[in-house]
Each structure stands twice: as C-alpha cells, then as structure tokens.
Design a protein around this ligand. Sequence first.
Ligand code: FAD
Length: 317
Amino acid sequence: MKVIEHIKNAKGKTLFSFEILPPVKGESVQNIFDAIDPLMEFKPPFIDVTYHREEYMYKKRENGLLERVTTRKRPGTVGICAAIMNKYHVDAVPHIICGGFNKEETENALIDLDFLGIDNVLVLRGDAIKSEGRFVPDPAGHSYASELLQQVLELNEGRYMHEEVKRNPTNFCIGVAGYPEKHFEAPSLKSDLKYLKKKVDMGADYIVTQMFFDNKKYFDFVDRCRQNGIDVPIIPGIKPITTLNHMNILPSIFHVDLPDDLVDELDKCKDNAQAREVGIAWAIQQSKELMEAGVPVLHYYTMSKSQVVKRIAEALF
Ligand code: FAD
C-alpha cells in the first residue's frame, strides 16, 4: 500500500515508522531482522531502507600505474525491501538516488521494484562520494532529485525510455526529502524551498525531513512550506542521540544544529551510556510535542540501534 494511503487511513492518528540501513557487505540479513523485530510491536505501516552507492579510490599498482578500486559497503537495498515485505507483510520504501546510475539502470531498477510489488520510493539525489568531495552525476544520469522524480513520474504514466508507445505503467507513491534547516548546498532556505516546491508541483506525494533537534525548526519549516503552497504531508525525521560524539558528528555530517539545552545536558554526561539516556529523553520530548501537533508519522532514523528507538516508542505508542 502507498505511504499516503496509510496516512489517509490513519485518520489523523500519528503513525510510527523507521529507516534502516542494509547490513555491511558480508553480514547476514538476520542482522536486519534483529533490528526490525523489536520494533514490530509498534505496528509500522512502512519501513524505509537506505541506498548506499559505490565508492572508489585509486591505488598504485606494482608497475606504478594507478588502478581504480571500487567498493560498496552496504549493498542489498532491493533485496532487503523484498525480505521485509515477505517476512513482516509491511510496506518497504526503498530509497533511490541519482548518484552512480545512468537513466537506463534507473529504469531497470524501478522495473525490479515494480515486479516485487513495492509501491513506494523515496527519490533523492544522493550525497557526494568521499573521493569526489562534491556531488558528481553520472554522465548519462540525473543531477537533481527532481530529474529522477520526472523519470519515475513518466514510468507511472507508462512512458519508458526508447519506447514510442506507452507500456505497463508503474504506480509508485513518491516521497522526497526536505530540510528544516535548509540543504547545506542551498544558498538560502527560500531557494531550497523553491526546489522543494518544484518537486511537489511535479507530483511528489509526501516529504520526509532531515533530522532536527529543535521542533521550532520543523514547525517554522512546515509554516513556510504551507505559505509557499506545498500542501503534501511533511513527515518529521527523528534521530535519537546515542553517543557523546554525536554532538560533533551530526552537525558536521548532516548540517543540523543542536539546541543549547541539549548540548548542556550532553556536556554533563561522563560516558556514552549517560549520553544515550539524554538522547532518549530528548527524542521522547520532541516526539510528544510533534504528536500533539498532529504530525502524520513519526519517522525514526534507527541507524540499526533499534533498542533505543524501542524505548522511545514505548513511551509514545
Ligand atoms: P535535491 O532535491 O536534488 O537538492 C539538492 C540541492 O540542490 C539542494 O541544495 C537544492 O536546493 C538544490 N537544487 C535542487 N534542484 C535544483 C535545480 N534545478 N537547480 C539548482 N539547484 C537545485 N542519501 C543517500 O545517498 N542514500 C539515502 O538512502 C539517503 N536517504 C535520505 C533520506 C532522507 C529523509 C534525507 C533527508 C536525506 C537522505 N539522503 C540519502 C541524503 C540526500 O541524498 C542528500 O541530502 C543530498 O545531498 C540531497 O538530496 P535531495 O534529494 O534533497 O536533492
């Protein structure tokens, strides 16, 4: 079922959902089941599975020539989605990205997802790979999420590449990303919202936000979206802090601010166990306020720490 149908059927009740990462290459799929099992009692209608593209580096060979070495740390997004639907009978939402794909590969991947009975995709640009430093599109691929979105919309109309006649249409429900603290490359929130509105006007069905730790940022963002005519559901993404070094890592990787009160509490912690308790309490407070404000879904970034998300969900659902 589509994410927007789940939201409609909930009739204003806040739903619980979460995002998982495919296991590191070589690990068993059981790791994923172990991460999902403790959260099933909170009846997630859908589970997101991230996509991780291939990285490459150049290594010097014995003959002095440079060799391009590629690695993919977390393959398996499509397989994990199929395994989730098979085992839990819950909708899986694969993330699909522009980076590392040409348009034909994207089309073929979407056909696979359609054949597997997957009804939803979260359409993203993807981040830069470490060796490139800035996002570089595939020469025959997409530069922005809106271009990838266009391809999915065309497929939903039965318009395939290199085909003159329309064929079997897919029927994907399409989510896109939104950034309450603006995307780090955008010169201003106004500019970022212009492109977000473009994605929604084109046909995106819902938005999932980047993590934020100050609800005011989310509420202001939703207000500005509504003022700009963005009228689709805006699902807040919540990341519980679980270690002391999240204080530095999260702002630098995800370009988000931590409120002073949260930093003060974390500063008092002597170890990760204490920081985790602060993070859980903060996420519960955040979630309660968002729930009271009537958000459609509380969507948790588990980073495979499902016991932490379980503690939060126990306090709420
Ligand atoms: P876009 O919408 O393309 O925007 C990227 C930037 O370009 C923004 O600054 C925007 O303002 C600007 N822009 C957009 N269109 C135009 C235009 N036409 N002209 C000029 N500027 C433009 N990454 C992964 O690799 N795998 C994942 O699984 C993954 N999951 C994510 C899930 C969520 C909920 C979120 C919020 C992010 C996720 N990401 C993931 C990270 C995401 O790929 C990055 O944040 C990426 O840098 C931007 O993606 P986007 O889809 O928002 O890009």
